[in-house]
Structures are given as C-alpha cells and as structure tokens.
Design a binder for this molecule. Structure first.
Ligand code: NDP
Length: 451
C-alpha cells in the first residue's frame, strides 16, 4: 500500500475488532471516537499517513499482574491487577484505579483510551492511563482492604512515578485506599513524591479533589444551559449512583437551585418527589461511604421516597439527567424515554454511561448532551492541580481551586464548542470533545515522528 493510501472507517474498525477480540467496551469506545475523527481527518493526510488514530488506539503498554493477599480467616486469595498506559504524548500517564468485580482488560483499556482524550481536553499536561483489579471491596474488612492495597502497590510501584504515571481513585478506590497505597509506595521506595492523587490533605492532597468530578459535571451543565441563556434554577434532575461523583453532583445542583429527584446504586434507585436536599445528601454520603450501606435504606429514613428494586432512574420525568454510576447504564430505550419525557440536558458524571444507541438518540433529538470525557473531567483536572501543588511543595486555597475548576470546565466547554458547533444553534459536544482531544494529542505525536 502506498504511504498516502488509507483505510476507511469500516476497515479501521474491522481491524480494531480483530486485534481486540472479546473486548467489547474497548471496541465501543474506539468506535465512538473514530467516527468523528475520520470525518475530521478527511482532508488531513498527515494524520492518516502517520497512523495517528491507530497508534492512540494501541496502548503504549498493558501491565498485568498477580495480586496475592490473605483474608481475615487466613485464606490465601489471588486477584488480577492491571495498569494500562495508553498514551503519554502530552504528559505523564494519568488516570484512576478501579477495584470492582467487573474490572477486566477491556474495561481498563476503554477507560485509558477515553482518559487520553479527556486529559487533553482539560488543557493540562497529562497523558492517559487507567488501572485496577477485579478485587471486590464489598463485604471486606478494613484490614483486608489494607492488605489488598499494599499487595497491589507492591507490584504497581515499579511502573509509576511522578513524571511517569500518576494514578488516582475511581470506583471502589477512595481516600482510604489511596492512603494505603501511598503508604506502601513510600515504604518500598523511600520517596515522598506526588505519585498518586486524591491523597489526604495531611499528606499532599488537594482541597476540593473529592468534590471536583461531580461539581465539574454540574458546571459543565451550567455552561451548556448558558448557550440558551438559561441557568439551573428550578430545574429538576435525575441522578444515578450514590458514590463520590453522584453525591457531589447532587450537592452542586442543589447549591445552584436545582431539584434532585433520584439517586441509585447497584440494587435500584430511590425517587424522592420532595427533592434530595443537602441534609439528605449528607445522610447518603455517610450511609454509603462510611457505613457501606444500601440506597434502599433511604426510604426508611425519608418515608415520602420510594425504592425501585433493580431499576434505573431514567423513567422519572426531569429537565436534566446525570448518569454518575458506571458504564453502559443508560441504554437506547432509556434515552428514548428521557427525550419523550422532556429531558433537555444530559451531563455524564460516569465514564461512557450511555451506550452508542443512546448517544445517537440524544444527538438526533439535539438536546444538550455532554459526554463524560468532557463533563466529568473536573476530577482529573483537580488531580492535575494536585500534581502541580506537590511539585511546588505548596497548597492552594479552596476559593482559588474552586475558581480554577470553574475556569477549566468553561475552557473544556469552549474547546468542545469550537469543533462541535454545527452552525444551526446545535452544539455536538461528542464531536467537539473527540476532535479537540484528538488534535492536541495527535499534533504532539506528529512532532515526535514514528515512535
Ligand atoms: P463510587 O465507587 O464512589 O460510586 C459508584 C456508584 O455507582 C455507587 O453508587 C455504585 O453502587 C454504583 N454502581 C457501580 N456499579 C454499578 C452498576 N453496575 N449498576 C448500578 N450502579 C452501579 O465511584 P465514583 O463515584 O468515583 O465513580 C462513578 C463513575 O464516575 C465511574 O464511571 C467512574 O469511572 C467515573 N469517574 C469518577 C471520577 C472520580 O473522580 N471519582 C472521575 C471521572 C469519572 P454500589 O454501591 O451498589 O456498588
């Protein structure tokens, strides 16, 4: 094949599927990006000739390892751990660590791929990575979690570093787990450096990091409504999840005058027609995070609410929806229901919560739809600011960080608009995010030659 010949989208995707058998989440993530990028690359021969998208869709490396630990009963347990280092063209690899029974190589490759675009969109110098384990923290004692985290880090430490790869938390990995991993890293290497983000404030963490993803998703929503000269005051919201992202998104929405109707977990969702106010959010945070409780207990505490076992909240009529639990939790039929019920905006707190069919439904309906790689980038942005603070050996104040987060989310919105504005009043945020993220990484890769 001559250098300037290039494959079309279908041939490209056939190749991705062939090279990544049994990895549906990864293929889905690449497909979603590739359709926009192929359109963008049509008259840009160099990206084709240098196989830039093909290279971004092939992780720099995937490290897979055994994690052994002993449970409280003295049994030896064996889990699998991974770190996917997708691309470090614009900065050290950066992305969370997920502990969940559903974790596998496909899920982590999709997340690391998405992270590459998301991190580029923030405007900060961070590459894309993701890691985790199929370890299920549910039902484990604190000591068991500590031993697992230590064992996980005993292998991971060789592959990370403040200028190499800087992991953070994700599902199942919060401040406590980061603390255990950071302690083990320090013990093994004898180095104190900003190798992880999401750390406690006492040892190098940043203010507003726990809040940043949820708050950022709401700031993005606010930016989208601004294009229609509207704000969030009095608008109703349906939120899924009841973890870090969901509860902080709820909190910011309430602060900005919105009314939150639902939260959920893997057992089902609660619907509170009175609205989930700050006191109720505080109760959920305590109940889910510290007591490791179930969302269904909410209805005992607040009897006006109802619990819907095994269901997702997308059937509840609302002005805005924020999927903040996990991937593929909002399917085509859910998207149809939301649109039919008058939902006008969707801001994804989770990564790839909407499946491809759902994305097309939102786009066809021309509602305000923000993909996670744009709307949930607040978390990694404040992680980037945590890295800067660690390098400078200083801590910024809360109001400074709040302002920086707001500015970063507005910057992401602008970048999406630049490439996603369709000229008829509709902004295709998916397209905008894909192209803006791709272009930055791609141009850096062009500068490096074939590496
Ligand atoms: P948490 O572990 O704090 O919370 C996850 C929530 O999602 C829990 O309520 C959990 O319920 C629910 N959940 C998990 N799996 C499922 C499922 N299969 N079906 C229904 N509900 C489910 O995680 P985070 O809030 O940190 O993360 C949520 C999402 O946001 C993820 O997609 C993550 O990748 C993404 N994200 C997180 C960032 C962060 O800063 N934390 C940054 C950017 C993205 P249960 O308690 O029953 O498991």
């Amino acid at each position: 094949m001559a250098v300037t010949d290039h494959v079309d989208l279908n041939q490209f995707m056939e190749g991705v599927k062939k090279r990544n058998p049994h990895q549906p989440e990864f293929v889905q993530a690449v497909q979603e990006v590739a359709q926009d990028i192929f359109e963008f690359m049509e008259d840009k021969e160099e990206y084709h000739a240098q196989q830039i998208l093909r290279r971004i869709a092939e992780p720099d490396r995937v490290v897979s390892f055994r994690v052994c630990w002993e449970d409280d009963a003295g049994n030896v347990r064996v889990q699998r751990g991974w770190r996917v280092q997708n691309n470090n063209a614009i900065g050290p690899y950066k992305g969370g660590i997920r502990f969940h029974s559903s974790v596998n190589e496909s899920v982590l490759k999709f997340l690391a791929f998405e992270q590459t675009f998301k991190n580029a969109l923030t405007g900060l110098p961070m590459g894309g990575g993701k890691g985790g384990s199929n370890f299920n923290p549910k039902g484990k004692s604190v000591r068991e979690i500590m031993r697992f985290c230590q064992s996980f880090m005993t292998e991971l430490y060789r592959h990370i570093g403040p200028d190499v790869d800087v992991p953070a938390g994700d599902i199942g990995v919060g401040g406590r787990e980061i603390g255990y991993m950071f302690g083990q890293y320090k013990r093994i290497t004898n180095h104190w450096n900003g190798v992880l983000t999401g750390k406690g404030l006492e040892y190098g963490g940043s203010l507003i990091r726990p809040e940043a993803t949820g708050y950022g998703a709401v700031y993005f929503l606010e930016n989208m409504f601004k294009t229609k000269d509207e704000n969030l005051e009095g608008k109703t919201a349906v939120i899924s999840g009841s973890g870090n992202v969901a509860t902080h998104a709820a909190e910011k929405l309430v602060q900005l005058g919105g009314k939150v109707l639902t939260l959920s977990d893997s057992g089902g969702f609660i619907h509170d027609p009175d609205g989930i106010d700050q006191d109720k959010i505080d109760w959920v945070k305590k109940h889910k995070t510290y007591r490791r409780g179930r969302i269904e207990d909410y209805v005992t505490e607040y009897p006006n609410a109802t619990f819907h076992e095994g269901k997702t909240p997308w059937g509840v009529p609302c002005d805005m929806a924020l999927p903040c639990a996990t991937q593929n939790e909002l399917l085509g039929d859910d998207a149809k229901t939301l649109v039919k019920n008058g939902c006008r905006a969707v801001s994804e707190g989770a990564n790839m919560p909407t499946d491809l069919e759902g994305v097309h439904i939102f786009k066809d309906a021309k509602i305000l739809y923000a993909p996670g790689k744009a709307s949930n980038a607040g978390g990694v942005s404040v992680s980037g600011l945590e890295m800067s603070q660690n390098s400078e050996r200083r801590s910024w104040k809360e109001d400074e960080l709040q302002q920086m987060l707001k500015d970063i989310m507005a910057g992401i919105h602008d970048r999406c608009t630049r490439y996603g504005d369709q000229g008829d009043g509709y902004i295709d945020y998916v397209k905008g995010a894909n192209i803006a993220g791709f272009k930055k990484v791609a141009d850096a890769m062009l500068a490096f030659g074939v590496v």
